[in-house]
Design a protein around this ligand. Structure first.
Ligand code: DQA
Length: 162
């Protein structure tokens, strides 16, 4: 599976849809500063998440894009019940994007913010996130495990609603 600027449906079984969104440069995972972001590619991460989804029957869609506008338009697909929960790594847009924040507020869909690295242990400009205060929660610094934790939380919170 190519981790490009595209969408990939991993499983298709239950009524719940979770959207995993990756911001700019995360298509380069595995090659990009591996000492900070690890050696796993986006495809490796998605494959691990697929195993979790197959057990639960929840549908996970993975989307990566390098453009702010595309990420915002994808977020708008939550309107009308397109997605029940979002997991987002806004990458560099974490620290800049009021517009993507506004889109998340507009669609009113719960989301978890995930970062591979600990943004609070890095340069000061990374300490500010435009998303954290409106997120259900934030996971930062646990590498790819952060996505698994976020996915398990999202699935449990959706299934608990039944
Ligand atoms: C990141 C942290 C951001 O500061 C950075 O711009 C990224 C990745 C992370 O996953 O650790 O691109 O979101």
């Amino acid at each position: 599976m190519a981790a490009k600027q595209n969408t990939h449906k991993l499983t298709k079984k239950s009524g719940y849809n979770i959207l995993l969104m990756h911001g700019p440069n995360l298509n380069l995972l595995g090659k990009r500063e591996p000492q900070i972001y690890g050696k796993m590619t986006l495809d490796d991460i998605h494959q691990e998440l697929e195993i979790i989804c197959q057990k639960s029957g929840v549908v996970l869609e993975c989307y990566q894009n390098n453009s702010e506008g595309a990420l915002i338009s994808k977020t708008h697909e939550c309107i009308g019940g397109g997605y029940d929960f979002l997991i987002i790594n806004p990458a560099g847009y974490t620290h800049t994007s009021i517009a993507w924040r506004d889109a998340l507020l507009a669609v009113n869909t719960p989301f978890i913010e995930v970062h591979l690295s600990n943004i609070f242990a890095r340069e000061e400009f990374r300490h500010k996130s435009y998303f954290s205060d409106i997120a259900v929660g934030i996971i930062s610094g646990l590498g790819s495990t952060g996505y698994k934790l976020a996915l398990n939380y999202a699935i449990n919170s959706l299934l608990e609603k039944e």
